[in-house]
Design a protein around this ligand. Structure first.
Ligand code: B4P
Length: 196
């Protein structure tokens, strides 16, 4: 089973991913984490990544798919995975379709986490105090929110049209959101895949 989690910054993609991978028994692939790892390499590629992320901008589609393709080649992803943060644009959605088709598989669900922007900004500002992520400054958060509205939100209509969209409210505690996500996935999941 292949699931993608879509949502604005702070909607809980990373937070829900760690719960979902345990529950569903599928590995997690976060493009944000892949980029933060690549950023630490100290190469010319990492400097380009750092510039984009720290400015709240998206990294190029080509670089994202170089990293995703490389990671999906690992045998641990053969039985499926939970994609977190990709696709973020319509062109990435098409690239993902092509990549999965070439591997003889396809996306099963696009779970979209939705919450009021004011709440999300508060979560990210709170994270800035504890984790000190370079892209969690007020100005960068604002830029990331705009980019979500312009580039990523159109994916909701795209996946609705393809009958893959599962909309979930991301308001409330992480546990409440997790139960909502599971309740939209469960009718579509193989019983054996869902643990617990
Ligand atoms: P990501 O790492 O995906 O960053 P994010 O959108 O902020 O989500 P994240 O998963 O970290 O946070 P979460 O919502 O779980 O991307 C970082 C950057 O990488 C992007 O801005 C972009 O530049 C680049 N990038 C990534 N993918 C890309 C792609 N495909 N194409 C191009 N560029 C790409 O949680 C946020 C905070 O909220 C946490 O502190 C958490 O504890 C808290 N929280 C979560 N759920 C909560 C809840 N229900 N209640 C209270 N707090 C909650």
């Amino acid at each position: 089973m292949i699931i993608t989690l879509i949502g604005p910054p702070g909607s809980g993609k990373g937070t829900q991913s760690s719960r979902l991978t345990k529950q569903l028994g599928i590995p997690h692939l976060s493009t944000g984490e892949l980029l933060r790892e690549a950023k630490r390499e100290g190469s010319s590629r990492s400097r380009a990544i750092a510039e984009r992320i720290d400015a709240g901008q998206l990294v190029s589609d080509e670089l994202i798919f170089e990293l995703v393709d490389e990671r999906l080649s690992s045998p641990m992803y053969q039985a499926g995975c939970l994609l977190d943060g990709v696709p973020r644009t319509l062109s990435q959605a098409r690239m993902l379709n092509d990549l999965l088709r070439a591997r003889g598989t396809k996306l099963d669900h696009a779970v979209a986490l939705i919450a009021p922007q004011e709440d999300l900004v508060q979560r990210l500002l709170a994270r800035a105090l504890t984790e000190g992520r370079t892209d969690d400054t007020p100005e960068t958060i604002n830029r990331r929110m705009q980019i979500y509205d312009w580039e990523t939100a159109p994916l909701l209509d795209y996946y609705r049209l393809h009958k893959l969209l599962r909309l979930v409210s991301a308001e409330g505690t992480p546990d409440e959101v997790f139960h909502r996500v599971m309740s939209v996935l469960q009718p579509h999941c193989w019983c054996a895949t869902v643990r617990g």
